[in-house]
Write a protein that binds this ligand. Structure first.
Ligand code: AMP
Ligand code: TRP
Length: 338
């Protein structure tokens, strides 16, 4: 059987939020601690420059995301942590894969449509090709599993598709088709203000999300102001109908506490939202405060984070470069004889 290898990444843009944590990061830690796979977690800084960004802050933001990974439980002794840009083979493989990524499929990518907005004509090639770089991130390590939130499903499909196209075109079993791991209760955490749009780093109002850097007071304020309705807390699934904000809050509670939804219906169903929200604040603060504290602590010693990223980058280059060379051999490129 193929050795299980896990790879995932997040962009160093803005603050990480509860959606990133529940949809991805928490699962990364669980998978690492299961101990049955090699885990590679990267900060995808090359993806972060596909949209306007702050050059003076990019390196710091990369460190900060690495600190968030560690603070949430990614252990550099068990997993490899690295910055995407420190492993050139990602970008090099991307070019090769770009020759196999169909425009028709890229045209259908919803994340591009969302990010490009009305002005798609002016969007950069990098934003359009973003999913091909993501495919390269995964395929350069022949990762077998990719833990991500629901919104990345389409990108994963493309990566699988590209892997299959390569294998067919060159008649080889070179790339493994990676499986998405979309797991846990929080695969799609929604905005605190609008239950029909996902919690996102880029939403204008900070009140729509809980950031991993928010302190207890701010978390309490955001949950208190989170949108609900005049009906009582639901007593069963059916009562979520037409109430996406309420469903979202209860899902967050369940995902953070590990309690089943039925147990929440039994405890809070039929009451006003006051007690439920108070309990949700407690659960959220208990879970997130230690992460925030650790993150702030880690950021006091940026050299240590740099050393971890440096070591991770070296390990990844040692895996990725020979694999890129093999890929180029398969494609028939000329090479310097060593
Ligand atoms: P990004 O913020 O786009 O770099 O996303 C990093 C990871 O967090 C990806 O695996 C996403 O699928 C996941 N993610 C982002 N937003 C959410 C959300 N609202 N709910 C669940 N997962 C999310
Ligand atoms: N596209 C992912 C996101 O927006 C980030 C990402 C880039 C990624 N490369 C990856 C996730 C490789 C998993 C594996 O969230």
């Amino acid at each position: 059987m193929t050795q299980k290898r896990i790879l995932s990444g997040m962009q160093p843009t803005n603050q990480l939020h509860l959606g990133n944590y529940l949809g991805a990061l928490k699962n990364w830690v669980d998978l690492q601690n299961e101990g049955s796979a090699e885990c590679l977690y990267c900060v995808v800084d090359l993806h972060a420059v596909t949209q306007p960004y702050d050059r003076d802050n990019l390196a710091k933001a990369t460190r900060e995301v690495a600190a968030a990974y560690i603070a949430a439980g990614v252990d550099p002794a068990k997993s490899i942590l690295f910055a995407q840009s420190s492993v050139p083979a990602h970008s090099q493989l991307m070019w090769l894969l770009a020759t196999m990524a169909q425009m028709g499929k890229l045209d259908r990518m919803t994340q591009f449509k969302d990010k490009a907005g009305k002005n798609a004509e002016k969007a950069g090639l990098g934003l359009y090709a973003y999913p091909v770089l993501m495919a390269a991130d995964i395929l350069i390590y022949n990762a077998t599993h990719v833990p991500v939130g629901e919104d990345q499903k389409q990108h994963l499909e493309l990566a699988r598709d590209i892997a299959a196209t390569f294998n067919t075109r060159y008649d080889v079993e070179h790339f493994i088709q990676p499986e998405p791991y979309i797991m846990g209760a929080g695969t799609r955490v929604m905005s605190l203000r609008d239950g029909t749009s996902k919690m996102s780093k880029s939403a204008e109002s900070d009140m729509t999300r809980i950031n991993l850097t928010d302190d207890a007071d701010l978390i309490a304020k955001k949950i208190k102001k989170a949108k609900t309705d005049a009906e009582p807390v639901p007593t069963c699934e059916a009562e979520f109908e037409g109430r996406p904000e309420v469903k979202n809050l209860m899902t967050i509670y369940s995902a953070l506490s590990g309690e089943k939804m039925d147990s929440l219906f039994a405890q809070y169903g039929g009451q006003g939202f006051g007690d439920f929200k108070k309990a949700l604040v407690d659960v959220a603060v208990a879970h997130l405060e230690p992460i925030t504290t650790r993150m702030n602590h880690l950021m006091e010693t940026p050299d240590e984070i740099d050393a971890i990223l440096q070591k991770g980058g070296e390990k990844c280059n040692a895996i990725a470069q020979p694999f890129l060379n093999r890929t180029m051999d398969i494609m028939g490129f000329w090479k310097i004889q060593s």
